[in-house]
Every structure is written in structure tokens, then in C-alpha cells.
Design a protein around this ligand. Structure first.
Ligand code: F6P
Length: 323
């Protein structure tokens, strides 16, 4: 493997830069040249890529976002888009590609792999829904950001005897809401993986009030059907019987900004380096992931179109802790 390109694609995630650095330095250490592609698959189509040397990726391990830029690129799903990308890669003599991104991005890498190009995927999305890894780069930082918001809301909630509903990101996966909800001692957690009716949320809030709590927190995954709107509508109809006043905070893109925590930097460094090893060993068309703290590889063909749901069984633990 003489020339390796690396790109970041889809929604950015804290730790992507640490992964770019790891790919670059692991490849340079193996004697390969490295090219950084701008703005994900769009950069492959537009042929916007630059050589990356060891110093070019200095001082980025701690930075959030992605220095390469990212984009969602529907053209890449079309055969003509992929042909243009493959032509550009061939013209530059690039013989391997590392794709750092979430589900949509790894579906793109599976398509490239099917067309015979040497590609390896590195899972990176705050949603933590990529099949083939226990954890994706950025997810645990997003949990921590959500948790910090929950902790802050709890102090003001207690002072005013209020309930707060906190909506966090995660698309169709409840991982961030579940983990932050457990760590933050939420009274109720609403996930796409295990639906809960607004009336049941209200019942649990009322129960918390009757048990003498001075605050109650409801953590809602953005993909849950019982979303903040449904909850507020229900609450408006039954506010007299709940006890608490209810306020809503939607965290939105705050959840995926900022510096990666240590766990994400370490995960990114391990996975980025493992991606280069996998390419060098000519084990192409793989996603490198982490399972039980070991590096594992799964064919991209098995990843495409599948998702990894949050472990809804943990909701029972959260419920017991909320008594
Ligand atoms: O996939 C990452 C993610 O942040 C999701 O949690 C969220 O639903 C989505 O991206 C938001 O997408 P955009 O940044 O395009 O608004």
C-alpha cells in the first residue's frame, strides 16, 4: 500500500480529528503517503485532497469537529458519482481509503468495496448506532455533554421544584439519552427502542412528586415517538394533577460540538491505527470496531443497512434507581 487517502463523512463527531491523526501517522510509519480528502465523499468527487504529513496533523488530537471538513453527499450513492470518485483516486495513484463516519458513510464505503476498491471503515458518530462495534468515536463525549446539561438542569429544577424534559440527539438510536439518563439519575427516559406514552411519563412524574422529590428529569432521545411536543401537549391537558411545572430544553447540535473526552481520543487512535494495519494486510472491505475492548473487524457488506440499537434492558435499572 503506497498511497492512502482518509476522509471524514456525515455528521461530525468529537474524536474524528484524533482518528485522522492516527490514520496519517500510522500510515506514514508504514512508509505510505497520505492524502486528506476535503468534505467527505464530496471531496472525492471534486478531487479536493491534499498530502498530509506528520506535522499537518499536529495539535488536533484534542480538537472537536473535523479539520478535513465533512458533508452528506447523495451523489455518491449514484453509480456515476462513484465512477468519478474512483477515477480521481486512480489518477492520484491512491490505492487505499479510510472512511471515518457513521452508518450512511459506511454504506458508501461498502459500495466502494463492492466495486473493488481497497477501503476500510472507522465508525464515528455520536449516535452510536453502527453495527460491528460496541462504541463509535464521539458517542461517549456526546453522553458527557448531555450529562453536564442534565446536572445543571437538576440544580435549577430542585430550587424551583420543577420537572425538566431534556431532548438529546441520536437520530433513531437512544444510546445518548439512555446513558446520560442513567448517569444523570433521570426519573424517566424515552427511547425509540422502547416507546413510552406521554400519559405514562406524566404518571411517573406525578409519582416522583408524591414521593417527595423536589425535581424530576425526563431525558428524551430525539427519535422517540414520545417527543417533547407530545409530552408538552399531554402536560398542558393534565398539569393540575402532575404537581411539577414542566420546562423543556432541546440540546440540538450542542451535543456534538467541543473537545473529545479521553475515551474518544484513545478509541480514535486505536481504530485509526487498526484501519491502516487492516489495509496493509490487504484485508479490505472491512469496518474496524471495538468489542469488549478488543479491536474487531466486520465485513462492510454486513454493516450496510444494519444498525445497532441501544440496550433498552437498561431502562429497568434506570427505573429502579428513580424510586
Ligand atoms: O448522525 C449524527 C446527528 O447529529 C444525529 O444525532 C442528528 O439526528 C443528525 O446528525 C443531525 O443532522 P444535521 O447535522 O444534518 O442536522
Amino acid at each position: 500500500m503506497k498511497r492512502i487517502a482518509v476522509l471524514t463523512s456525515g455528521g461530525d463527531a468529537p474524536g474524528m480529528n484524533a482518528a485522522v491523526r492516527a490514520v496519517t501517522r500510522a500510515a506514514l510509519a508504514r512508509g505510505a503517503e497520505v492524502f486528506g480528502v476535503r468534505n467527505g465523499y464530496a471531496g472525492l468527487l471534486a478531487d479536493t485532497m491534499e498530502p498530509l504529513r506528520a506535522r499537518d496533523v499536529g495539535g488536533i488530537v484534542q480538537r472537536g469537529g473535523t479539520v478535513l471538513g465533512s458533508a452528506r453527499c447523495p451523489e455518491f450513492a449514484e453509480p456515476s458519482g462513484r465512477s468519478a470518485a474512483l477515477r480521481n483516486l486512480a489518477a492520484r495513484g491512491i490505492d487505499g481509503l479510510v472512511v471515518i463516519g457513521g452508518n450512511g458513510s459506511q454504506t458508501g464505503s461498502a459500495m466502494l468495496a463492492r466495486e473493488g476498491f481497497a477501503v476500510v471503515g472507522v465508525p464515528s458518530t455520536i449516535d452510536n448506532d453502527v453495527y460491528g462495534t460496541d462504541v463509535s468515536i464521539g458517542a461517549d463525549t456526546a453522553v458527557n455533554i448531555t450529562l453536564e446539561a442534565i446536572d445543571r438542569l437538576r440544580t435549577t429544577a430542585s430550587s424551583h421544584s420543577r420537572a425538566f424534559a431534556v431532548e438529546t440527539m441520536g437520530r433513531d438510536c437512544g444510546y445518548i439519552a439512555l446513558m446520560a439518563g442513567i448517569a444523570g439519575g433521570a426519573e424517566v427516559i424515552a427511547l425509540p427502542e422502547s416507546e413510552i406514552a406521554p400519559a405514562e411519563v406524566a404518571k411517573r412524574l406525578r409519582g416522583a412528586y408524591q414521593r417527595g422529590k423536589t425535581h424530576a428529569l425526563v431525558v428524551i432521545a430525539e427519535g422517540a415517538r414520545c417527543g417533547v411536543k407530545e409530552l408538552m401537549r399531554h402536560y398542558a391537558e393534565s398539569r393540575d394533577s402532575i404537581g411539577f411545572e414542566l420546562r423543556v430544553t432541546r440540546l440540538g447540535h450542542v451535543v456534538r460540538g467541543g473537545a473529545p473526552i479521553a475515551a474518544d481520543r484513545i478509541l480514535a487512535t486505536r481504530l485509526g491505527s487498526a484501519a491502516v494495519e487492516t489495509l496493509v494486510q490487504e484485508r479490505h472491505g472491512m469496518l474496524v470496531g471495538a468489542s469488549r475492548n478488543e479491536i474487531v473487524t466486520t465485513p462492510l457488506a454486513e454493516i450496510a443497512g444494519r444498525t445497532r440499537p441501544a440496550d433498552a434492558a437498561l431502562l429497568e435499572l434506570a427505573r429502579v434507581m428513580a424510586i
